[in-house]
Structures are given as C-alpha cells and as structure tokens.
Design a binder for this molecule. Structure first.
Ligand code: GDP
Length: 386
C-alpha cells in the first residue's frame, strides 16, 4: 500500500488564515471563472508549513513539473488544483492540462472504477460515506467524484449543495470532489473522466463516481467505470427510479438501501423481487449475473457483503480479460465522442452556418424544405463538407 496522501482534502479548498475569514479562492471554483479562478469565499485554517497559501497573497502558479510531482506524490492540494486546471475552459489551461495528462497517463488505470447512481434521496451519499470510510479503514485510498450536470456554484445542484460525507471528507486517505459545474453532460463527463485519471496517478486505488439517476447521466457514467451499481429504495416506485427505463440493465449490482428498522422487511422483499426481475434481463457484463443485495447505509449492515460482491465482480472481469477490454472500448468510444463534439462545435461556429441556420430551420419547420436537403445546404455553407 502506498503512503497516505500528504494533506487533508480540505486544506487546499480554503486558504484563509486561522478562521479570520479572509477572502480566498476555493479550488473547485468552476469554468468561466477567469484565469484567476476568482471566486471569493471562506474561512479556513492555514495548513502548517504550507508556504504557498499565505493569506492575501495570490497563489503561486504551478509549473507543469509542480503539478506532475505534486500529483504523483499524492499531495491533495496539488491534486485539487490539477483538477481545477482540467476543469478550466481557458485555452492556456486546457493546453497545460493536456500536457499534464499525457505525462500522467502511464501512471493511470490502477484503480477500481465504480459508478453509483440512484434517485435523490436513495441514500447515495450516506452509502458512499459508509462504504468509503470502511474502505479507508481497510487501507484503501478512496476518491469520490460526482457527475452532476445540474450543478452550479450558485446552487441548483442535485448532488452538491448539502453538507455531504462529512466523516469521509475528514479521512486522510479520502479525497472528495464535487461535480464540475454546469455545462453539457458531455462537458461535465469529459472533466470527470480526466479527474479520474489524475486521481489514479495520485495513487487512489478506489474511485467512487456518483451520479444522479435521471436522464442520460447514468448512461454516461456507465461508459466511464468498470463496475456500475444502482441504489434503490423499497416503495419509491419503479417509474420514478427509472427501473422501467432500463437503468437496471446497466447495473452490475443492485443495492436496495435503507434495509433497517421498520423498513427492513420491505427492503428484503424488494430485493427478492429485484432478483427475480434480474433473472430475466441480460446483464451488462458477460458471465456476471447481476445480484440484488440489501443493505443499510445508516447501520452499515450488508455494506461489507456489497463490497465483497464488487470485489468478486472485479475478480471476474480481471480473470476473463473483460476489464481491459471494457476500458479499451471505453477509451475509443470516448475518442469518438470527443471528435463528434468538436466537429459539431466547429460546424455551428462557421460564419456560413451562423448566417443561414435561422432561415433554414424556419424553412424546415414550415415544411418548405426537406430536412435532408436543409442539412446538405448547411454543410455546404459551413465549408466543412469538402
Ligand atoms: P442521496 O440524495 O441519494 O445522496 O441520499 P442521501 O444520502 O442524502 O440520503 C437521503 C436521506 O435518506 C437522508 O436523510 C439519509 O439520512 C437517509 N438515509 C440514507 N441511507 C439510509 C439508510 O440506509 N437507512 C435509513 N433509515 N435512512 C437512510
């Protein structure tokens, strides 16, 4: 086991001095915040002996080497800043971020990448807190990342705005990062994927990627993790939990949470029912029959067994070569997604398309122009059609 990361995850987020409430820049300030990342916040504690964070003094810019060695040595402050760099939309930051990623890439891939989804209230964060703390106590290094396109700095986030995972966030072997804010699901997912890689290069061996079970989020997260599990609760309704929309078919593990107290019997019944349903579905991982398990994130009952199943899943995937195969496929898929996204952005930015789009859209809407002809005309106006 490599050594524990060298600093507390919160140290770098608030750079005030001994609680005097000086203005400072948290590390997760988002894209569009300008080159300075200049959001004001925070009281905090000056980490002992850390010369970079003098109050009122602009943080020293880190060089590529600083980022690289900081991440590789497990410095959580530098890790947080590296992720901030990745999340920045400023071209200079993106260039540096890509150079950094290229250097870090040989040191990635060592973690178990686990995705966790479920509707708000299913108990994901409580569950991750419980599981993550146990894993840390067992010597693992756990990074928790969130993928939540609804998030923004000023609220509106499904995952971000409550005080979450307080105990885990204080654990020296844990690193918790809120979702990159706002923007398209594709943009948020790109940043989270890269953040995952940086965490791996920093020595984290367990990545828990949390997402809200709505819309496309879970499909996207499925495409970036090895093992994907869905947290359900008894009695919330299949429709609401997306069960009818096929989310269960993406799952390598289904967890019925809140199997405690008065709710325990209902949870166990839901588990048995889910096990029957799973029997009729095609599991997403060849040779692995998705199990349904019950547990309680509050009492911790069942959580060890759930992790044992995750480990069994990884043993299966490693043994069969599926893990490697899945990651290779995901990387190539991601490449194509990036190309598509970049092409699309370029297309809509061309002067020809900008000039013609409105009236061509109108013509299609009015039924004056067939959509196929319209698309050809736009491609021609863009100059990208060759
Ligand atoms: P999330 O929105 O999916 O992250 O859900 P939270 O972790 O915030 O949990 C929602 C609520 O359910 C909170 O009030 C939790 O205390 C509660 N909760 C979560 N897990 C359990 C559990 O296993 N048992 C019980 N009884 N309550 C739980």
């Amino acid at each position: 086991m490599s050594s524990a990361p060298s600093r507390h995850p919160h140290d770098d987020q608030f750079h005030g001095h001994h609680g005097h409430g000086l203005e400072a820049k948290p590390d997760w300030v988002p894209e569009n915040a300008g080159a300075e990342f200049a959001t004001k916040v925070a009281r905090g504690v000056q980490p002992a002996g850390d010369v970079r964070h003098q109050p009122g003094v602009k943080r020293r810019q880190l060089s590529l080497d600083d980022y690289f060695h900081g991440v590789r040595s497990g410095d959580l402050g530098v890790l947080a800043r590296a992720i901030t760099l990745i999340e920045s939309n400023a071209p200079a930051h993106q260039e540096l971020a890509q150079t950094l990623l290229t250097r870090l890439l040989p040191f990635t891939g060592g973690a178990m990448r686990v995705g966790i989804t479920g509707i708000p209230g299913a108990g994901k964060s409580t569950f991750i807190e419980c599981l993550g703390t146990r894993l840390c106590e067992a010597g693992r290094k756990v990074a928790v990342l969130a993928v939540d396109p609804s998030s923004s700095v000023h609220g509106g986030s499904v995952l971000g705005d409550k005080v979450r995972m307080e105990k885990l966030s204080r654990h020296p072997q844990a690193f918790i990062r809120p979702s990159p804010s706002g923007g398209s699901l594709g943009g948020v997912a790109r940043k989270s994927r890269e953040a995952m890689l940086v965490c791996e290069a920093a020595g984290f061996d367990t990545l828990l990627i949390e997402t809200v079970g709505v819309g496309q989020n879970e499909v996207t997260v499925r495409s970036m993790v090895d093992c994907f599990f869905v947290v359900l609760i008894a009695g919330a309704g299949d429709e609401m939990q997306g069960i009818k929309k096929g989310i269960i078919e993406l799952a390598d593990l289904v967890v019925i949470n809140k199997a405690d107290g008065d709710n325990k019997q209902r949870a166990l019944a839901a588990r048995a029912e889910m096990q029957r349903v799973l029997h009729f579905l095609n599991p997403p991982t060849v040779g692995w029959a998705t199990p349904a398990l019950a547990g309680s994130a509050v009492t911790g009952e069942g959580v060890d067994e759930i992790w044992r199943q995750v480990e069994a899943f990884f043993a299966h995937c490693r043994g069969t070569g599926l893990l490697r195969e899945r990651r290779q496929e995901q990387a190539v898929e991601w490449l194509h997604a990036l190309v598509h996204e970049a092409l699309k952005a370029r297309f809509y930015r061309t002067p020809g398309v900008k000039a013609d789009l409105r009236h061509i859209e109108q013509a299609v809407a009015d039924g004056r122009l067939p959509a196929v002809t319209a698309a050809q005309q736009l491609l021609a106006s863009s100059g990208l059609a060759g």
